[in-house]
Design a protein around this ligand. Structure first.
Ligand SMILES: Nc1nc2c(ncn2[C@@H]2O[C@H](COP(=O)(O)OP(=O)(O)OP(=O)(O)O)[C@@H](O)[C@H]2O)c(=O)[nH]1
Ligand SMILES: [Mg+2]
Length: 230
């Protein structure tokens, strides 16, 4: 008996391969400009925009930041960033649950990147889909928050695996919840041993100095590294 041919179409792979190609071009462009680029990831409502509001306010006059905001609808987050004094671009994905490199390329069309030292891309609030899409970033930072519970790194490990920093936010709520901080950091240690661990409250300002030190230090380091490769 003859056997028939089969054809396998791996859609996920072809989508991410194209995305990676565009992301590589973005990464080159960012490097040429000595731009430190953060892909900021979390579940919905962990405090990404609040952290960025505090960050751009604290760095005013020290580091020129451009913020790209990804949301399914509204310009709320870009409005908040602009209100805090930094330039912002809102990407409205209209239902798409993550940002991709093509969206970033379109958003940056005509933008003079020389005017900035750092770009932060606040991804769509989602602990799953954004993980597969390289945006040409220098580093990934994941924000987790106390009300989400300590089991998120164990249940959604992939996002945490690729992070340079994990920031546990809303620590002001620790006295009011059964959140087990030791269990949270142990789970992080199991998926990513080298990650920088930070604890913050964007409400009280607790721990924000450590975050700002890391951000400024890495941006400065990156600018020098970019110049050296020219
Ligand atoms: N108690 C407490 N509330 C916080 C803290 N940080 C942010 N919030 C609140 O959490 C809510 C969500 O904050 P956002 O900054 O909008 O969160 P986000 O991650 O940008 O949300 P999406 O963009 O929708 O995914 C807001 O009501 C903030 O005021 C914190 O450290 N402590
Ligand atoms: Mg936000």
């Amino acid at each position: 008996m003859n056997t028939g041919k089969i054809r396998v179409l791996d859609l996920q792979r072809s989508v991410t391969a194209k995305n990676d190609e565009i992301a590589a071009a973005l990464r080159d462009r960012f490097r040429r400009n000595g731009l430190f680029v953060v892909n900021l990831l979390s579940g919905p409502g962990a405090g990404k925009t609040t952290l960025l509001e505090k960050t751009v306010q604290a760095l005013e006059g020290k580091l020129r930041c451009l913020v790209l905001e990804g949301d399914l609808r509204t310009t709320n987050d870009a409005d908040r960033i602009a209100g805090s004094g930094a330039d912002a671009i809102q990407i409205v994905t209209n239902g798409v649950c993550h940002l991709d490199s093509k969206m970033i390329t379109s958003a940056l069309e005509g933008v003079e990147l020389d005017a900035y030292d750092a770009v932060v891309i606040e991804n769509v609030g989602n602990l799953v889909c954004p993980n597969s899409f390289d945006l040409g970033e220098t580093v990934r930072v994941v924000v987790s928050s106390v009300p989400e519970g300590e089991d998120k790194p164990a249940k959604y490990p992939f996002l945490f695996e690729g992070a340079e920093v994990v920031l546990l936010n809303k620590i002001d709520l620790l006295p009011h919840t059964p959140f087990d901080k030791e269990a949270f950091w142990s789970a992080i240690g199991r998926v990513n041993r080298s990650v920088l661990r930070l604890e913050t409250s964007c409400t009280t300002g607790m721990g924000l100095d450590g975050w700002l030190r890391w951000f400024q230090g890495r941006a400065a380091e990156w600018k020098t590294a970019g110049r050296e490769t020219e």
